[in-house]
Design a protein. Structure first.
Lengths: 255, 222
């Protein structure tokens, strides 16, 4: 049955607001600036040449992926403590965005690895633990998608989400320890001493812009989930009203 | 709490002794894996012997998945879960009881697999003290994390597919730690194995503590 009430409500409630539109426009402009700085104005690296430019997007994205993962755990803890839907949706939204960022990290990392190491994948501690992070996030999102009533789903995912960050740390530490037996230094250690001023500025700009992108995506994902829950509740109300109308007599429901 | 735990452990183990599911299905599955590994990796080339620590722990992990699912399948029929909830037993006690019963079954399975690799792969154990310490710490970790994620997935229609996805990434540090410790036990550098046992012990304790708090709410929701 078509319900104009619902439709108009959905149309009137978007996921954007004035603030997020400004943030969105600023993010697009920032991305353009960061792209210009990373691809054109910053110098080549002595060792890596132009390949270093990939790192300006790679490092901010992996940072935000880990931030998103931390936010999911924080949201889960806060949900278990305060039982507020706000934190539950925050955990869900940031996990989804973190999952996308982690997948991007792996793809970009592999594109960087091909010219640098000559292979798409090496069993580097960072690469391996990022792949494990992706799997942990996929597990969390699988729990979120389970069919259950809202409170059950929230509590279940909160416990998995709560364990997410500690697990990431344990996995990261053990993988690093595992690899440290076989190889000495990692990429960043060799990169650090030679970092150029302009390179540092470019990296900072890219960090800020990607952080803005992350916030923008999480806000929109958050609002979308919120509207979905509202719509579910609204449809339930409508269905109840409909059953009530049926009970009162056929005359009232006739077209 | 400990009395409740012991009660649950005894109940689960008694069911296992009588039903013989672990003996008739999980143990043969573990042995089957050892034979499949030999098919996959040429037994004559020496690869099998070198890879023994890793293969052994992969076999333990996969068998553990079955044991954990079995431990919660016990509760799924005839409204047993409701009975467990209404029994007034301490949830932390139920958790520890399940951990202990799963750990006992895993320990027996590890002895069986250990005999298997010695006989079939011609591997030698190395330093026995380190091997036993690794087994104890790793088994505690697998059972502690497995029971927590097991109750989460229990009662769901998708439990068979969800549990491996949730549990195996979490158990990756256990696989790394136990494999390295076994390798150290077989080599001349036995000292390098002990830090890994430490990691396994920390993992087990951390999950045990978290499980005691998290099990109650999860049991209610499942």
């Amino acid at each position: 049955m078509d319900t104009p009430n619902t439709k108009s409500e959905v149309e009137s409630v978007g996921t954007g607001s004035r603030a997020t539109r400004i943030l969105g426009v600023a993010t697009i402009m920032g991305l353009a600036l960061a792209a210009y700085m990373a691809l054109v104005s910053s110098p080549q690296d002595e060792n890596m040449g132009d390949v270093v430019r990939i790192l300006y997007i790679h490092v901010p994205i992996v940072t935000m992926a880990y931030v998103g993962c931390g936010l999911t755990s924080l949201g889960s803890v806060m949900y278990l403590w305060k039982k507020s839907q706000w934190w539950d949706i925050t955990a869900a939204a940031s996990a989804e965005v973190a999952m996308v960022f982690t997948a991007l990290t792996l793809v970009i990392g592999m594109i960087w690895g091909r010219p640098t190491w000559g292979v798409w994948w090496v069993w580097d501690a960072r690469l391996t633990s990022t792949a494990m992070l992706l799997l942990l996030l996929l597990g969390y999102l699988a729990v979120r998608r389970l069919q259950a009533d809202a409170a059950t789903r929230s509590k279940r995912s909160a416990i998995v989400g709560l364990l997410l960050f500690p697990n990431v740390i344990i996995v990261n530490r053990s993988v690093t320890w595992w690899r440290s037996i076989h190889q000495g230094t990692t990429i960043l250690n060799t990169l650090k001493p030679k970092i150029h001023d302009q390179m540092a500025v470019t990296l900072v700009v890219a960090m800020v812009v990607v952080a803005m992108l992350f916030v923008w995506l999480v806000i929109h994902r958050w609002r979308l989930t919120w509207i979905e829950t509202q719509l579910d509740a609204h449809e339930l109300d409508l269905a109840i009203a409909e059953r009530r109308a049926e009970a009162t007599g056929p005359a009232e429901t006739a077209p | 709490m400990l009395r409740d735990a012991w009660l649950i452990t005894r109940k689960d183990l008694r069911i296992e002794v009588r039903s013989r599911i672990a003996l008739n299905q999980i143990a043969p599955f573990a042995l089957l894996m050892l034979i499949l590994f030999a098919f996959a990796l040429d037994p004559d080339s020496g690869v099998l012997d070198r890879a023994t620590p890793g293969l052994y722990w992969v076999a333990v992990l996969f068998s553990a998945l079955l044991a954990i699912q079995r431990a919660f399948a016990l509760e799924s029929s005839d409204g047993n879960r409701d009975a467990l909830r209404l029994s007034g037993l301490d949830p932390a006690g139920i958790y520890l009881g399940k951990v202990l019963s799963i750990a006992t079954q895993l320990a027996l399975l590890e002895v069986l697999l250990g005999t298997g690799v010695v006989l079939l792969y011609g591997s030698h154990g190395g330093n026995w003290l380190l091997v036993i310490a690794t087994c104890v710490a790793a088994t505690a970790g697998i059972a502690a994390a497995g029971t927590l994620y097991g109750v989460l997935a229990a009662g769901l229609r998708v439990r068979e597919t969800l549990l491996p996805l949730l549990l195996l990434p979490v158990l990756a540090p256990v696989l790394i730690g136990s494999t390295r410790a076994f390798e150290a036990a077989r080599s001349d550098t036995i000292d390098q194995g002990w830090p890994w046992v430490g990691l396994l012990a920390v993992f087990a304790v951390a999950y045990m503590v978290f499980g005691m708090f998290g099990f109650g709410p999860l049991l209610e929701e499942s």
